[in-house]
Design a protein around this ligand. Structure first.
Ligand code: UDP
Length: 244
């Protein structure tokens, strides 16, 4: 049911206008990128998996009091969302060391992080999404101190909610990336998507460090069975929630 004008095309989604200026339609593609789009490919049915997974996770978060941009999901690749101005920050929460944290600090993979880390990266592909400091966020005027405090609090609340939810799915939430936006009334809303593209998810029934991976690391590391992993995450989520 895609309709309206294309307002934005990102690596994994396309945003279209709707008849309501406050509402956009987010279309989930099968396209996959990694390493700042140096690696490109497609994951069969990823758009459907991620749209459905993100829908359920947004509903879990809304039920736990986290305001999100999600409105409803009229098609299996399409979500209606509140129009927001995206704050150009990638907010990463880490419960266990993985990915760039291990590469940049030498921390062994899987080291528990207590309290969890909340990190800010500059959402700017041309610069390779560099890690920011509070002073750099101020210098670049990317967000006010009050907004950073609010974003940190919401990111921690998202972590508590999703860690508990994934635990019920026998999945460990290793780390994830969030994006936030401001709606027409300047309300801070969780935006973008939450899916195996944006989270590291480890199957608790597997001990092998590759076999346990249920997220985009299977694509990044050419481990195969990428779509199967996304389908497995969706199946486990469906086992814990009522139908959309
Ligand atoms: N992430 C993301 N988009 C990005 C960068 C990271 O969704 O542009 C997610 C990634 O999937 C992981 C978490 O954020 O769940 C932390 O990623 P990290 O900084 O370790 O970077 P990576 O190893 O993915 O380069």
């Amino acid at each position: 049911m895609t309709e309206g004008q294309k307002v934005y095309e990102g690596k994994a989604k396309i945003l279209y206008t709707t008849e309501d200026p406050e509402v956009l339609l987010s279309y989930f593609k099968d396209d996959a990128t990694a390493f700042n789009a140096q690696k490109k490919g497609q994951i069969l049915d990823k758009g459907r998996f991620n749209c459905t997974i993100a829908t359920h996770l947004f509903q879990v978060l809304e039920a736990d009091g986290v305001p999100t941009h999600w409105l409803d999901t009229p098609g299996d690749r399409e979500m209606r969302v509140r129009a927001v101005t995206i704050i150009p920050l990638e907010v990463v929460v880490r419960n266990f060391a993985a990915g760039s944290l291990c590469q940049q600090t030498g921390l062994p993979l899987g080291t528990p992080l207590d309290p969890p880390l909340v990190e800010f990266y500059y959402k700017k592909d041309e610069l390779g999404d560099p890690l920011l400091t509070r002073d750099r966020i101020r210098a670049l005027a990317l967000a006010s101190d009050e907004q950073i405090a609010a974003i940190t609090q919401v990111a921690q609340a998202v972590n508590v909610s999703l860690t508990a939810f994934f635990q019920r799915c026998q999945i460990t939430l290793v780390d994830f990336k969030l994006e936030f936006g401001l709606d027409s009334q300047q309300r801070l809303l969780l935006a973008d998507e939450i899916s195996p593209d944006t989270c590291r998810l480890w199957d608790q029934s597997q001990t092998d460090p590759q076999a346990r991976i249920l997220d985009k690391d299977r694509f990044r590391q050419d481990l195969g069975q990428v779509a199967d992993a996304y389908a497995e995450v969706l199946q486990r989520i469906l086992g814990q929630v009522s139908p959309i």
